[in-house]
Each structure stands twice: as C-alpha cells, then as structure tokens.
Design a binder for this molecule. Structure first.
Ligand code: PHB
Length: 391
C-alpha cells in the first residue's frame, strides 16, 4: 500500500515535471549547433558560430512571440561526436532546430535529423551530396562545385591550357577537383596531375615542388577554411608567387580570415567565390563592421553561412507563426529569397540547396591590406553537381 502510494506520488511529480517542460518548450525554441569548435576545422566552427551569434545580437532573441535559445556543442571535428551530440540534443535538450557544421559531421547526423524530424540548416558544409542526406536539410553555406566550374571557365577564357590541381584530400576537395577538371577539359584544357594533401596538419611543400616541376600555366588549389594562411606562406617560400604560374581556386584559398596576414604573397590571385568581405553593398559594409567589432577580426565566407542560417530559421518561424513542425518549417524555407551580406541568395525549392551569386575576384592591396576585389558577377548559381545529376 505504502509502496503503491509512493509510485503514484512519484508519477505525479514526473508528470508535473513533464508538463512544466512541455510548457517551457512551447515558449522557447531551441537551436542546437553541432560545430567543429576545436580540432582540424576549428576555424570554421568559430566563424559559423560567430556569424549566428551576430545575427541574434542584431535581431533579438524573440521571434513570433517565442524565445530563441542557441545551444552550441563542440564535435571536435569528429563525426562520431556529432552523432552523439545530435542524439543528446534531441533526447535531453529537445532542440527544435539543428545547425550542422562541416561535411563529415553533417553527413553523420543526417539520419538523426530525419528520424527526429529536426529541421537542420547546414551552415558550413560545401559538399553537394549533404543536402540529399535528409529531407529536413537546408543549406546556407555553399558548394565547392558552384565556384570551381566557374573558375575553370574563367581560367580557360584567360588563356589557361595546362593545370595542376592541389586538393585537400576529403569530400569537398574531391568535388572541387571534379567540377574544375570537367569544365577545364570541356574548354580544351588539360589537367597534368591531381595532388592530394592530407586534411589534418598539411605540409604543402612537397606538393608545391611537384606542381612546379610539372610546369603548368595554372595551379588550381582547394584548401579548407583555416589552412589558407599556411598554404600562402609555403607558396611564397617556394617562390611560386613569382614563378609565373597562375594560382586560382574557389574562395577558400583567399579566406578573409587569413588574408589580412598574407602580406603581398597572394596579390593578383584570381578566385571564384561567393563571399568577399570587400563585397561593396551597404548591408555587407555594416556586416563587416559589426563582425569586426564583435570578434576583432574580418568576416569571412564561413561566417555568412551561420549568419544567414539564423536568418532562415527566424524568417521560417515568422511564416509558421512559431510552429516548429519540420514539414511546415521546411515548406516555409523552400524558395525563400533574401539579401545576404554576400549578395542576393535563395533556397532552391527542389533541392533545398543555396542559390547564390559567384564572383570573380582578384586580390589587391587596399589601404595596405589585401582584399579579394570582385570584378565580375555570375548571378544565381546553383550547385552544378545536382544540376548534372538531375539531367
Ligand atoms: C566542408 O565541410 O565541406 C568545408 C569546410 C570548410 C571549407 C570548405 C568545405 O573551407
């Protein structure tokens, strides 16, 4: 009898607790970011989170009458950790949204987002296939293909014929190389060799030597956020900046996070990228100034993925009236268009992938610091690998 009484009382307490949590959950919408805050791509995690936090600082933490709570968890650049953290955030934190980070982790947590019906904004990953991994994935970052195909076309037009590729050896590097080579060969060019550099602690020197020995007219390089500084240093140490070989690539190799420290080693380097801190719009000037003030450094291409990711969540919630049902949220996100610090962007309603301008930019000194100055715009570019797969 006594025992039963305890059980009933315990259950009542448990139900009260659930009720209280349920009510709280209705007033608070939780956004769980699973980001590489330490480890191999720590620079990217920091930038995406800084971008997301800046958006909230500028736009407040209340949307559609609900309080937005940001929860940031460090996956240490390890996909198994991302999976565990995503699981914990579904079960314990009861998050309503995920922000996914770099490619391996975004891939690892996709089945959990699907199973848990958690709308997820991919804020860092640049690999085409990621958004296809869950019907609840939507991207505000970029794809490497988006930039690399346009880079190849531009290189061909500028007279490039023989290229060597140096690629960070993981999924985004493979996609950058694949799309660059495809377009370069289609344009009559020839890829002499493809050199793959380990993602972790890369030493570019032997690869730069090999590239130099092959005597290409063009060197196409992809290194991820956080590695552009090391690359630029080793490129200059080998005297490659004076070799007459044209260095080209997606925007990652002239990352605005590293560019201010590159001296004149990257002067004249032409890239195809979707974001430059030098993008001359009023919105971007405000963004770069606010980001500088908040973090002490220059905004880069990763930061806008976090910033725009929060915008997408806020605007979707306005449309659903604060309802976090995954199907409603994703329907609200599809086709959304807005002005980002990078320029006009939208979410492709078919693929849930980002559509954005790609700019051809050249590194130039402005007031003593290097900046990637945009001089040609390719409007509303879709991910070419998805376009090809759809044909
Ligand atoms: C990715 O996770 O796909 C990624 C990360 C950093 C980059 C590019 C791609 O600079």
């Amino acid at each position: 009898m006594r025992h039963q009484h305890f059980v009933v009382a315990g259950l009542a307490i448990a139900l009260t607790a659930v009720g209280a949590r349920g009510a709280a959950a209705q007033d608070t919408i939780k956004v769980g970011l699973v980001m590489p805050m330490t480890g191999t791509v720590a620079a990217a995690g920091r930038e995406a989170v800084d971008g997301a936090k800046l958006y909230m600082a500028q736009h407040g933490d209340t949307v559609a009458g609900k309080k937005i709570e940001l929860i940031v968890r460090d996956d240490q650049s390890v996909p198994d950790n991302a999976k565990r953290l995503a699981q914990e955030m579904i079960v314990n934190d009861k998050v309503n949204f995920f922000g996914a980070g770099f490619t391996p982790s975004a891939m690892a947590m996709a089945p959990l987002a699907t199973e848990g019906k958690i709308p997820t904004v991919v804020m860092i990953s640049g690999t085409s296939v990621v958004t296809a991994r869950s019907p609840y994935y939507v991207r505000t970052s970029f794809t490497l293909g988006q930039q690399s195909g346009i880079m190849a076309d531009y290189a061909i037009k500028s007279g490039s014929k023989k290229a060597v590729m140096i690629l960070s050896d993981w999924a985004p590097g493979a996609e950058a190389g694949k799309v660059f080579e495809q377009n370069f060969v289609k344009g009559g060019g020839h890829v002499l060799d493809t050199l793959k550099v380990p993602l972790a602690n890369p030493d570019f020197s032997p690869f730069l030597q090999r590239a130099h020995d092959l005597q290409p007219d063009t060197l196409f390089v992809f290194v991820p956020a956080g590695e552009a500084g090391t690359f630029a240093k080793q490129f200059a140490e080998r005297g490659m900046d004076k070799s007459g070989i044209k260095l080209v690539g997606p925007g990652d190799i002239v990352d605005d996070d590293d560019l201010p420290h590159a001296g004149d080693t990257l002067n004249g380097v032409v890239t195809a990228g979707f974001y430059s801190a030098a993008h001359p719009s009023t919105l971007n000037k405000q963004y770069v100034a606010a980001y500088q003030k908040a973090t002490g450094h220059r905004a880069n291409f990763i930061s806008v993925g976090g910033y725009d990711g929060m915008h997408l969540i806020y605007e979707a919630l306005k449309k659903t009236g604060g309802n976090t049902d995954a199907n409603m949220v994703i329907a609200a996100m599809k086709g959304m268009k807005w002005e980002s610090p990078r320029g006009p962007i939208s979410i492709d309603p078919q693929t849930r992938d980002i559509v954005q301008n790609v700019y051809i930019r050249k590194v130039e000194m402005v007031n003593g610091e290097p900046w990637a100055i945009e001089f040609k715009t390719f409007p509303a570019v879709k991910d070419p690998l998805k376009e090809m797969a759809a044909k």
